[in-house]
Ligand binder design. Structure first.
Ligand code: ZN
Length: 853
């Protein structure tokens, strides 16, 4: 991997330079491999005569001129992606004329051809440091500058960038270097305000466009032409308007980037990207098939997350990637707040407790866990840090900070922070200072306790009861020896009683838990209820345990009896944590799911619980019980499919989950009948994506093979169809099919999205036995791949192809052997350790499950 800029280098360069402007001229009319990129940079140097370098990756450099003097182009270091600059003047003008490379990995300027109509689509993705794959630049967040783009593009294309186009000039067909040039258009864009390179952007191609306006802000929504019929622009625009109104109200600063475009782009690696005024989204958020409201809710969260970044991230930007967590956590926290307060998803905090917190707890217990405030010495370190700590634990801790300082004080501090640092770069301290001023609280010990240490505490109730009343009640706080920090938690304790089939809260106490044991005197003398819930209302960040009586209430049907969604979700999370930690057997967890899943009304919680139950059976169950567990789950899901309300989200969720666990001939018959249309549950629409879900289950079950996949692809010859077919082919349960898939995956020629799909099919949890030969092959290849491929592609492979389904001590041993012999770079080491930890956990949980038999 090239271009690993270090923090030291970035600091040095920022001390030396002040960048004023980039003018970037691109020619996208010639060639499928490369494009012309001419960059003019104006910058000053604090010490004339000094040397530095500009970043430029994957380029053929034609000509470089510094202050009118041609530089020797052979000085370009292609390996490092740097061009050295010496003898700087006080004020400099640098012109770099190069051919740059289109990417197929979703990094830099990505090029995609739609298989439906052969139309071309381009988009950029530059975070963390890939802007210099499109134009020469000082690619670090604290060297902000204005950015002015000119693009020559084929006629018929839309071209979108951070600012509005100021002119579009028609150029007729003409003679060019490689023959006749098609008719083209030259797009001129207004210079942006000063922004960081990683949020500059370009999106171009035959995009379909919907325009609107809100509160003086021009709005645009874009997607590929072949998806236009599926674009539900009204829903997206509604959330966008709600978001602008909310953020304008709470941030006190107007949206600073003029127009606001949201573009759904093909083969995107992340959920979305906050390019100033030009936000790109994962194209799966254009729904070509029926999705549940969980997905629509997630899209709204993503829309609001990116919008929050326009202020926090784009207007005020972290100086260096150490503060990436703050950038992401703030956007996540604000998006959920906006969602709960300004949209129809008023239960967004339940989703947060269920999805974000589970992600954070999981990540925080990996051997690679790290403090929220991470040390990021170089770009490789930040690339692996887009994780559950950075997004979800950080947001959980911000939520807890808000509980500590109060929402009004928090928002007042945020307003001051925007006003003071607009267009600048900041560090964590700048925000903490603003919050201390508005709240009057000292945040240094909070910051130390929560931001500078790792791992999650466990809170456990311990009480004695006499005559049905508590004679003592303590909250016990635990931390493992390797991460011994005990923290201060503000928590609520809820007492829940069953009456008339309903489990309702009869008492709530709120208190500070500090140290190893906190006595809760308020509860002494109180009647023992049916269920005691620590961290009720989800105020703090901690795993909670249920006492034996409460757990029995839950398992005996209490999970169905909650009248509120949040405590129910918290109990589901507690049960899952106990299962993951080997304190509850897999079979008990699966039985809890089977008994309680019918009444889960929050669709996100339902889908999470179903996913966790599947994972539990496939990975955490005693192998001797696995088949029984799978059949238990399949039988229940089939029954639920029959009884669910026709056309409901629940029904679709049950069908999707059933497809993933159907292995018996009888169950496969049910899926086959849905696919064939001979027996479709009332209310189910067998659309393109559902068909592929069914096809994949039937392929994995041995009912369909290449012919069936090919027939389905002919029916759905779209990009999504191609990816689904790739996934299905890789899940054909034969040694030959696995071998063919493996060869393509390690060949490295696949586009990012296709590679991901193929890996998904290759790692079919129903047939781990076919993957045994690939354990050794994986460890033989992963080091080379990590060196040679781009970061995203390499980590997709490193994580996706790790032999996670081979739950055997050999896998753990192989991983450690690899680490000691290959001595891989830190970032890869981390991914391997995480994979091995998952296998170790599964082995432990299988033992727990076997012992409970
Ligand atoms: Zn973000």
């Amino acid at each position: 991997m090239a271009g690993n800029l270090t923090r030291e280098e970035a600091r040095e360069r920022a001390r030396l330079l002040k960048v004023e402007s980039y003018e970037v001229a691109l020619d996208l009319t010639e060639g499928e491999e490369r494009f012309e990129s001419v960059t003019t940079v104006r910058f000053t140097s604090a010490s004339p005569g000094a040397s530095t370098f500009i970043d430029l990756h994957g380029a053929n450099v034609r000509k470089v001129t510094l202050n009118g003097t041609d530089l020797d182009v052979s000085a370009y270091d292609a390996d490092k992606g740097r061009f050295p600059l010496t003898s700087l003047a006080a004020s400099n003008e640098l012109v770099v004329d190069a051919d740059c490379t289109y990417m197929r990995t979703g990094e830099g300027l990505h090029r995609f051809v739609d298989p439906v109509d052969q139309k071309v689509y381009l988009y950029t993705q530059f975070e963390t440091a890939d802007a210099h794959r499109m134009y020469a630049c000082f690619d670090q967040p604290d060297l902000k500058a204005t950015f002015q783009l000119t693009v020559l593009a084929p006629a018929g294309w839309e071209v979108v960038s951070n600012s509005a186009a100021t002119g579009v000039e028609e150029l007729p067909e003409q003679a060019g270097k490689h023959g006749t040039i098609q008719a083209a258009r030259r797009w001129e864009f207004a210079p942006t305000p000063v922004i960081s390179t990683y949020i500059t952007s370009l999106v171009a191609g035959h995009y379909h466009k919907v325009t609107s306006e809100h509160d003086g802000i021009p709005l645009g929504i874009y997607c590929r032409s072949s998806l236009a019929e599926h674009l539900d622009a009204d829903n997206i625009l509604e959330v966008t308007r709600q978001g602008f109104d909310f953020f304008h109200r709470v941030f006190g600063v107007r949206y600073p980037f003029g127009k606001y475009d949201q573009l759904f782009v093909p083969e995107f690696n992340a959920g979305a990207m906050e390019n100033a005024g030009c936000v790109t989204f994962l194209e799966d958020y254009v729904f070509r098939s029926r999705v549940t409201d969980a997905v629509v809710e997630r899209r709204a969260e993503t829309i609001l997350h990116e919008m929050a970044h326009m202020w926090f991230g784009d207007l005020v930007t972290m100086r260096w990637w150490d503060d990436l967590w703050l950038n992401e956590s703030f956007a996540t926290y604000m998006s959920v707040l906006a969602q709960a307060e300004a949209t129809r998803w008023n239960r967004a905090w339940t989703t947060f407790a269920n999805v974000e917190k589970s992600w954070a707890y999981r990540q925080d217990q990996l051997p690679s866990t790290h403090p929220i405030a991470a040390d990021i010495p170089d770009m490789q370190a930040v690339e692996v840090n887009f994780d559950g700590i950075t997004y979800a634990k950080g947001a959980s801790v911000l939520k807890q900070l808000v509980a500590y300082v109060g929402l009004d004080n928090f928002l007042a501090g945020v307003r001051d922070y925007f006003a003071e640092h607009a267009w600048g770069n900041t560090e964590l301290e700048d925000l903490l200072n603003a919050l201390e001023r508005t709240s009057g609280r000292d945040l240094s010990s909070w910051s130390k306790e929560w931001l500078e240490t790792s791992w999650v505490n466990t809170l456990r109730p311990e009480f004695e009861v006499s005559g049905g009343r508590f004679t003592s009640f303590d909250v016990v706080q635990e931390a493992p020896v390797e991460h011994p920090t005990l923290r201060s938690h503000r928590i609520a304790i809820g007492l829940y009683s069953l009456a008339g089939g309903k489990l309702t809260r009869t008492r709530r106490v709120e208190l500070d838990v500090v140290g190893a044991r906190t006595s809760v005197s308020q509860l002494i003398g109180e009647e023992q209820p049916d269920l005691v819930l620590l961290n009720d209302d989800d105020l703090t960040y901690a795993k909670v345990r249920l006492d034996e009586d409460s757990l029995r209430t839950l398992v005996d049907g209490g999970i169905n009896a909650f009248t509120e969604s949040l405590p129910r979700a918290l109990c589901w999370t507690a049960a899952w944590d106990m299962t993951r930690d080997g304190e509850m057997s897999t079979r008990d967890y699966v039985k809890l799911v089977v008994s309680g899943v019918a009444t889960v009304s929050d669709i996100t919680v339902l889908q999470t619980v179903l996913r966790q139950a599947r994972l539990a059976v496939q990975q955490y169950a005693d192998p001797a019980w696995r088949a029984e567990g799978l059949s238990l789950l399949a039988t229940e899901l089939r029954a639920l499919l029959g009884s669910a309300e026709p056309g409901s989200d629940q029904q679709l969720s049950f069908l999707q989950a059933f497809s993933a666990v159907a292995t018996s001939e009888e169950d496969l018959d049910v899926l086959q009948a849905v696919l064939d249309g001979t027996s479709v549950p009332e209310g189910v629409t067998v659309d393109a994506d559902l068909r592929w879900t069914l096809v994949q289950a039937l392929v994995s079950g041995g009912r369909l093979a290449e012919d069936g996949i090919q027939a389905e692809l002919e029916r759905d010859p779209t990009a999504k169809g191609e990816r689904s077919a790739a996934m299905c082919r890789a899940s054909i349960p034969t040694a030959e099919a696995k071998q063919a898939a493996w060869a393509q995956i390690v060949g490295g020629e696949l586009a990012n999205a296709v590679a991901r799909a193929m890996i998904g099919g290759f790692q079919d949890p129903h047939h781990p036995e076919l993957l045994v030969p690939y354990r050794e092959k994986y460890f033989a290849e992963v080091g080379r791949i990590y060196q040679e491929w781009t970061f995203d592609q390499a980590s997709t492979f490193a994580v996706g192809c790790f032999p996670a389904l081979l739950i055997e001590p050999t896998t753990v041993r192989s991983a450690h052997d690899f680490l000691s012999t290959a001595q891989p770079p830190q970032a890869l080491r981390r991914l391997i350790l995480e994979g091995a930890d998952g296998v170790r956990r599964a082995l432990r949980n299988r033992e727990t499950d076997a012992a409970s038999a």
